[in-house]
Design a protein around this ligand. Structure first.
Ligand SMILES: [Zn+2]
Length: 295
């Protein structure tokens, strides 16, 4: 009896979790079965039903994804991901729900795998790592402005694959780099740092709308661009900002000049990407760097 039960359980566990969604003739979801923590990935939804949008759920975030008509079907794409130091590796589910008529729910199982990231030890005078009362106040204000920018949700899609490099420079700090400051672990690095001489033009990775600019305590002079569907790019430590909030920018348009403003050890560009409020590794979405250099 017990052996039978175990056998049934074993069979259930062996059933591929995503089969149902794949076989549904009227509604299909396609996404990877496994990804590394921090790596962004695309989710495609296709249906023969006349739906104008579906609702996507991922790690507690919901997004109304518009579907475009092409021949007999409608389809839509969104970029999702996880954030190093915030999200747990393991099994997570992408939910897709129709908004019109009968609510049809599809679930896509995705395995988020852990990854070993290098770490960096830094020793700095204690007074330079502890925030004063006024700095703490400013930090909180910065954080809420940045959080609001990263929460921008616009339906229009500006992005395509691959994204453009914001500038050409060697990567000096990779995504996920662990940082141990005066023997205390700090949050890992959630973008990539590019070594750039001060004053180098910094370009928009893709077309979009500037949602936030300003001078922040840690990020220095920074620009945030909304590329639609929850994808936002950010450019930190600039020497100067060349765009205004609300402005529409083209792919490759100069948005500022690199520098070392904010908490920075020298002139460099910190480039980050947020996908539905997760700071993801920009590298998998960027064009192969060698090919970009040959341009
Ligand atoms: Zn950085």
């Amino acid at each position: 009896m017990r052996a039978n039960l175990l056998l049934i359980l074993a069979c259930l566990l062996l059933l591929p979790g995503n089969v149902l969604a794949r076989q549904s003739a009227s509604f299909q979801v396609s996404a990877p079965d496994r990804v590394a923590i921090g790596d962004p990935f695309s989710v495609w939804v296709r249906t023969e039903q006349s739906l104008s949008a579906v609702e996507i759920s991922w790690l507690g975030e919901d997004f109304r994804l518009p579907l475009q008509q092409s021949r007999e079907s409608r389809h839509g794409e969104i970029i999702l991901g996880t954030q190093v130091g915030e999200d747990e590796p393991g099994t997570h589910w992408i939910g897709v729900r129709t908004l019109e008529g009968v609510s049809l729910v599809h679930k896509w199982k995705i395995r988020v795998e852990s990854k070993d990231f290098p770490s960096q030890h830094l020793t700095l005078p204690e007074e330079s790592v502890t925030l004063s009362h006024s700095q703490l106040k400013r930090y909180r204000k910065d954080k809420s402005a940045i959080r609001a920018a990263l929460n921008t949700r616009s339906a229009k899609r500006f992005w395509s694959h691959p994204l453009r490099w914001p500038a050409q420079g060697d990567i000096t700090s990779t995504y996920g780099l662990g940082r141990i400051l005066n023997d205390k672990p700090r949050s890992p690095h959630t973008g990539i740092d590019l070594a750039l001489p001060s004053g180098t033009p910094v370009r928009a990775t893709e077309a979009g709308r500037v949602v936030l600019t300003g001078e922040f305590l840690f990020e220095g002079r920074a620009v945030f661009i909304d590329h639609g569907r929850g994808l936002i790019s950010m450019y930190f430590h600039l020497a100067s900002i060349g765009v205004k909030e609300g402005q529409l920018v083209k792919r490759g348009e100069v948005i500022g000049r690199s520098g070392g403003s904010g908490r920075s050890t020298g002139a460099h560009l910190h480039f980050g990407l947020s996908a539905l409020d997760r700071l993801v590794n920009p590298l998998p979405l960027l064009r192969n760097q060698d090919a970009a250099r040959a341009d």
